[in-house]
Ligand binder design. Structure first.
Ligand code: COA
Length: 485
């Protein structure tokens, strides 16, 4: 294990945690941070010893409170700091005396508002004591495997004050890890992933990056056996050379998808006022990402679609996509979306077309089915027909991947086609992604069913196309790496 990975491990897998500023007041972040950890401890998920630290409380959520870090009866490996900025240096000094290894500083009010001196003081204490620091001005860590969860914005908090507190819905255990410079986007991302069938391995919010940054966590995730895909949201990257080295090494074994915000000139200005960072030239970022095999998402939807697909499906051997649908218009939109991403929607082979036309004549496909790419099975489609047509298309040697656009309205579709397509996908080395448009009822159900069966499903043709592009682009990158001397 590299030194940095060894130093980062206590953030996700600490033996003991103290929350300084743990509060009994549900309106305070210090309450919510502690609540997450206390709930996980009670459930038996969090194995680490857990201590609230606050001079004004006797106990917090049933845990005996220590007036200061020095009163904690055992060792403290990870310190979570949720006290006002001016007290943070003192807490860090106490953490140093306690020989802590890691500190998450959730507190705001440092370099992001021009308070550089205070941040420098904190950095120096950490450096002298060998404590690695995450933040300040961050939401910290979420790890569904170890129960470390300092993400302090429980959605129902304000609404349900007075009732039993419930933490924000968080994604289940999975294989996607996320590094985010923006805490607020991070919190929203956890909610998004929880609602879109995406399981998480590790989540980290970087904040001001006074010590640890995206490259450090990427290096940790490179070796992390639990992580298959890394999602990275950044507004700036400070040490470009080291980032490229680590990103290149990581991309050889697992895909890294980046959403780099602030690429327009007004966006770059917004980055400066958000974190004080200088965004730099977007062309340089773009070229650098390409050189080290990092896949760039241009929109939030692409970012999550790409991550989801890469965590669930094999890569595509080429750019040729077949589209099977029961909906003409969305089929055409999917063709456009694929072409816009640089994918190819070719004619089906002669043999495939002949076989499909035979099936129409035999009454095994709808009489008005339009045999082409996309193949439109119309609203007369049944589950069996969907399965039959998919089987034929998957075998076409001119097809590298399949987009299933199974819109939910045809009366003959009972939903069995989803399992049938999933089974065909399992037997094939070609990737399959799905799309169903809609938000109120059936579409949601259909997408969930596809997700459960291992076929990543998306709400729009653009999402499905971005997903397929990522599977192709990453496959192409791996091939290039293999062929390089
Ligand atoms: N040791 C232990 N506990 C201490 C302490 C110390 N040295 N100093 C203060 N405390 C306790 C307080 O007594 C209080 O507990 P109480 O509610 O039981 O009285 C608790 O710590 C919090 O202190 P308080 O002064 O009430 O501050 P606060 O809760 O209003 O604000 C922060 C503290 C950290 C939340 C606030 O300064 C902040 O930074 N907010 C923004 C956080 C943020 O947005 N982060 C980034 C997201 S992307």
């Amino acid at each position: 294990m590299s030194r940095i990975a060894d130093e980062i491990r206590p953030f996700f897998e600490p033996g003991s945690i103290a929350v300084v500023g743990a509060s009994t007041n549900p309106a305070k972040p210090g309450y919510n941070v502690f609540l997450n950890l206390a709930e996980n401890k009670r459930k038996g998920l969090l194995k680490a010893e857990l201590y609230p630290v606050n001079p004004r409380a006797k106990e917090v959520l049933g845990f005996k409170c220590c007036p200061s870090l020095k009163d904690v009866p055992g060792p403290v490996e990870l310190v979570v700091i949720v006290v006002p900025a001016k007290f943070v240096p003192d807490v860090m000094r106490e953490a140093a005396r306690k020989e802590a290894r890691a500190a998450i500083v959730i507190t705001s009010g440092f370099s992001e508002v021009g308070n550089y001196e205070l941040e420098e003081e904190v950095i120096k204490i950490g450096r002298d004591a060998g404590i690695r620091i995450l933040g300040p001005n961050c939401v910290g860590i979420f790890d569904p495997y170890t129960g470390v969860d300092t993400v302090f914005l429980p959605l129902k908090k304000a609404l349900e004050a007075g009732e039993e507190m419930i933490s924000a819905p968080k994604p289940p255990k999975g294989r996607i890890s996320m590094i985010t410079q923006s805490g607020a986007f991070g919190v929203a991302s956890l909610d998004y992933m929880a609602g879109h069938g995406m399981g998480v391995s590790r989540f980290v919010s970087l904040g001001n990056k006074c010590d640890l940054d995206e490259t450090d966590f990427l290096e940790f995730l490179k070796e992390d056996e639990r992580t298959d895909v890394v999602l990275l949201y950044v507004e700036d990257i400070r040490n470009g050379r080291r980032f490229m080295e680590v990103a290149r090494a990581t991309a050889r074994s697992k895909p890294v998808v980046v959403l780099k915000a602030g690429w327009s000139s007004a966006g770059a200005r917004a980055v400066r006022s958000h974190t004080g960072a200088v965004a730099g030239s977007d062309e340089i970022y773009d070229a650098a990402f390409r050189q080290c095999g990092v896949l760039r998402a241009r929109t939030m939807e692409e970012f999550f679609s790409m991550g989801k697909a890469l965590s669930m499906q094999p890569t595509a051997r080429g750019p040729r996509v077949a589209i099977i649908t029961n909906a003409g218009g969305p089929g055409v939109m999917t063709v456009d979306a694929c072409e816009a991403k640089g994918l190819v929607v070719p004619e089906l082979s002669e043999a495939t077309r002949t076989r499909l036309e035979e099936l129409v004549r035999e009454g095994k496909l709808p009489p008005f089915a339009s045999i082409g790419n996309p193949i439109d099975l119309t609203v007369s489609v049944t589950d069996e027909m969907f399965k039959l047509a998919t089987e034929v298309i998957m075998e076409d040697p001119g097809v590298d991947g399949l987009i299933v656009l199974g819109l939910h309205h045809p009366p003959g579709l009972k939903g069995d086609y989803i399992e049938a397509i999933a089974e065909l996908a399992r037997r094939s080395d070609k990737p399959v992604v799905a799309c169903d448009i809609g938000g109120a009822d059936m579409a949601d159900y259909v997408r969930k069913k596809f997700d459960e069966k291992g076929i990543p499903a998306f709400e729009s043709p653009e999402g499905a196309a971005a997903a397929m592009w990522a599977l192709y682009a990453y496959g192409r990158y791996l091939e290039k790496v293999k062929q390089a001397p």
